[in-house]
Design a protein around this ligand. Structure first.
Ligand SMILES: [Zn+2]
Length: 113
C-alpha cells in the first residue's frame, strides 16, 4: 500500500483521494500506472471547495486503475468521474455490491436537507 486518505483528514475541504495523493507528492515521477486507487465514492469531476477535482488529480498522478463502490449522488455536484476516467484510459471497476455499505456510513451526508 502506498498511501491512504479520508475526507477532511488534513483539511476540512480535502477529499479522500486528494488526501491520499498528497502523501505521494514526494514520489513525483514514480510510475503509478500499475497502481490502483480504492475509493468508496466516485471521484468527483466538479468541486465547490477546491479548484481541482479528484478525477483530474488521479489522471495527473497517472494512476491506471480505480475501484469504487458508489457513484456520486447528484445532490453533491454534477459528477461524472467514472466516464471521465474511462475516457482517459483508466480501468474503472465498480463494486455495486458494496454500494449499500457506503450509503450507510454516509447516511448523514446523503439524507435530504
Ligand atoms: Zn473529490
Amino acid at each position: 500500500m502506498l498511501a491512504t486518505g479520508y475526507t477532511a483528514e488534513t483539511d476540512p475541504a480535502h477529499h479522500a483521494e486528494e488526501a491520499a495523493l498528497a502523501k505521494l507528492a514526494d514520489r513525483r515521477g514514480a510510475d503509478l500506472v500499475g497502481a490502483t486507487i480504492y475509493t468508496s465514492m466516485e471521484p468527483c469531476t466538479v468541486r465547490r471547495s477546491r479548484p481541482t477535482p479528484c478525477a483530474r488529480l488521479i489522471l495527473a498522478a497517472g494512476i491506471g486503475r480505480v475501484v469504487l463502490a458508489l457513484r456520486e449522488p447528484a445532490l453533491f455536484a454534477d459528477c461524472d468521474g467514472v466516464r471521465t476516467l474511462r475516457r482517459a484510459g483508466v480501468d474503472v471497476v465498480e463494486r455495486g455490491d458494496l454500494a449499500g455499505l457506503v450509503r450507510d456510513i454516509n447516511a448523514h451526508l446523503l439524507a435530504p436537507a
